[in-house]
Design a protein around this ligand. Structure first.
Ligand SMILES: Cc1cc2nc3c(=O)[nH]c(=O)nc-3n(C[C@H](O)[C@H](O)[C@H](O)COP(=O)(O)OP(=O)(O)OC[C@H]3O[C@@H](n4cnc5c(N)ncnc54)[C@H](O)[C@@H]3O)c2cc1C
Length: 241
């Protein structure tokens, strides 16, 4: 969306992506495994958010009020669940009383001692790392308090056809320039100290990878990707942005 705005303002924009698709944590799979679209990431518009709703209006994409139930499939059984742990109200209450900002990990460790709060603490950790992609040891308790307090008061919406249609709309305005696969040959960073331990092998693999990374099939294989896009020519300015 930022790229679209910059390009509309006549700026040159290149979008770099670390995956072989656009959208990041917005990822709708369409009838691949389910009878209709399924969201692997963002699903709801949490409230009357002008930036999102204006973009939908511009794209002619409709949305509708959302209701939801939560179900878990485990060991062949479907069970109904609540969105938040039973002690969530207690968590919000104690967060509200917090005067000095600390990390959410420090907060739950301090405020919820003992095994009986393990479920609550693990829910917080999973939610923060999964939903916010934040590190519980670093993320501000004040920031999460603000996010969680506002959560239920607004109307929630779902986008017709899934969040992915917004990405498709934005993508239409760009041409793909290049796709490169990274760590197709070079071991990825989670294999620690490989370069230091085996410098010769590392350099040989890196040399080959640098040569091949933008070529088929290596550009579509890898632990990470760089996709470069260019805004299609802009009819308003005559520029090739
Ligand atoms: C399961 C789940 C459910 C969610 N539900 C909702 C919801 O209902 N409503 C809602 O509003 N939000 C929801 N969110 C949050 C929402 O998806 C994110 O806030 C939003 O997508 C963030 O967008 P972003 O562009 O800032 O970051 P991201 O979507 O994370 O995009 C960042 C992009 O940068 C790329 N990248 C990372 N490092 C590099 C690098 N070094 N070089 C090049 N590219 C790089 C990544 O591949 C990624 O594509 C949910 C998130 C998850 C995970």
């Amino acid at each position: 969306m930022a790229a679209q705005k910059l390009a509309k303002a006549g700026k040159k924009v290149i979008v770099l992506e670390a995956r072989d698709r656009c959208g990041g944590r917005i990822h709708t799979i369409d009838k691949e495994s389910f009878f209709k679209q399924a969201e692997l990431g963002a699903e709801f518009i949490h409230g009357d958010l002008p930036a999102t709703l204006n973009l939908l209006k511009e794209a002619g994409i409709t949305y509708y009020p959302a209701t939801a139930e939560m179900w878990r499939y485990q060991n062949g059984l479907l069970t109904r669940e609540s969105f938040f742990a039973d002690d969530w109200h207690l968590l919000l209450g104690r967060l509200n009383a917090l005067n000095k900002d600390i990390s959410i990990e420090a907060f739950i460790e301090k405020q919820f001692r003992g095994k009986k709060y393990d479920t609550l603490k693990n829910t917080v950790r999973k939610f923060v790392s999964g939903y916010d992609t934040a590190d519980p040891h670093k993320v501000s308790a004040f920031a999460l308090r603000k996010e969680w307090q506002g959560g239920d008061s607004d109307m929630q919406y779902r986008i017709s056809g899934g969040y992915g249609v917004v990405i498709k709309y934005l993508e239409k305005e760009f041409d793909m320039l290049a796709l490169e696969g990274l760590c197709t040959l070079v071991p990825p960073s989670y294999i620690e100290n490989f370069a230091e331990k085996y410098p010769k092998t590392f350099n040989a693999l890196k040399y080959k990878e640098d040569k091949w990374k933008a070529k088929w099939p290596w550009r579509s294989i890898g632990d990470y990707y760089i996709i470069s896009f260019k805004k299609k020519s802009n009819q308003n300015t005559g520029d090739d942005n």
